[in-house]
Write a protein that binds this ligand. Structure first.
Ligand SMILES: [Zn+2]
Ligand SMILES: [Zn+2]
Length: 211
């Protein structure tokens, strides 16, 4: 009984199914999750687990190397870190690894600090589109940031959604108008909560052509 119910649920029209078109079984990436500054190993494990679920044919590992937060990226007036400086440092790092030659090698930086780009108050993450480097911040993903009681499950879900979103950019996907798709742009945390961890069918179809 139960499996059948689950099948019906995944066919519900209100949710993007996140399935790829026929003949495309998913992307075979090598994703390395890289801590940028001090990041709790449990969080990195949850992001690794989530990415492995969304990209089941990809291999996802956690870097033993920690990229230090550079003082160059820090803005004392904003008390935030400039995202593109960290992103270019991640890219420099990937150029010094074996993954450089691998077309589907990706490095996802994960940081606790608050990120910005000059045109915005903050950003949840950034990536080359397309490219090998991506970055997410955990800073605004905790309920405590919004004055709410701590909720680990929600925190991990948000982190995985932002990770999938930035990996999607790194594969060449642009923002998607579907508010439930992982590639929808999040202006605030409510928009992150609304969307799903997976891509909509249109983005899944685009990926099958891009990869
Ligand atoms: Zn985006
Ligand atoms: Zn989409």
């Amino acid at each position: 009984m139960k499996p059948r119910l689950q099948t019906l649920e995944t066919r519900s029209k209100s949710k993007p199914r996140g399935i790829y078109p026929k003949g495309f079984s998913g992307i075979k990436m090598k994703i390395v999750v890289l801590p940028v500054g001090e990041v709790d190993r449990r969080f990195l494990n949850e992001i690794q687990r989530g990415l492995s679920e969304v990209f089941p044919r990809s291999v996802c590992s956690i870097s033993g190397y920690v990229l230090s937060l550079s003082s160059e990226a820090y803005s004392p007036s904003r008390r935030q870190y400039k995202s593109d400086i960290i992103l270019s440092e991640i890219l420099d790092l990937t150029k010094r690894t074996k993954g450089e030659a691998d077309r589907l090698y990706r490095v996802l930086g994960v940081t606790e600090v608050d990120l910005y780009v000059p045109s915005m108050n903050f950003i949840f993450g950034q990536a080359q589109c397309p490219g090998k480097a991506a970055l997410i911040s955990l800073h605004r993903l905790r309920q405590e940031f919004y004055g709410e009681p701590s909720d680990d499950k929600l925190f991990y879900e948000r982190a995985v959604k932002e990770a999938v979103h930035e990996i999607g950019h790194s594969l060449g996907l642009e923002h998607c108008p579907n508010p439930l798709c992982a590639m929808h742009f999040s202006l605030h945390i409510g928009m992150t909560d609304r969307k799903h961890q997976k891509f909509c069918e249109k983005c899944g179809a685009k990926l099958s052509l891009l990869c």
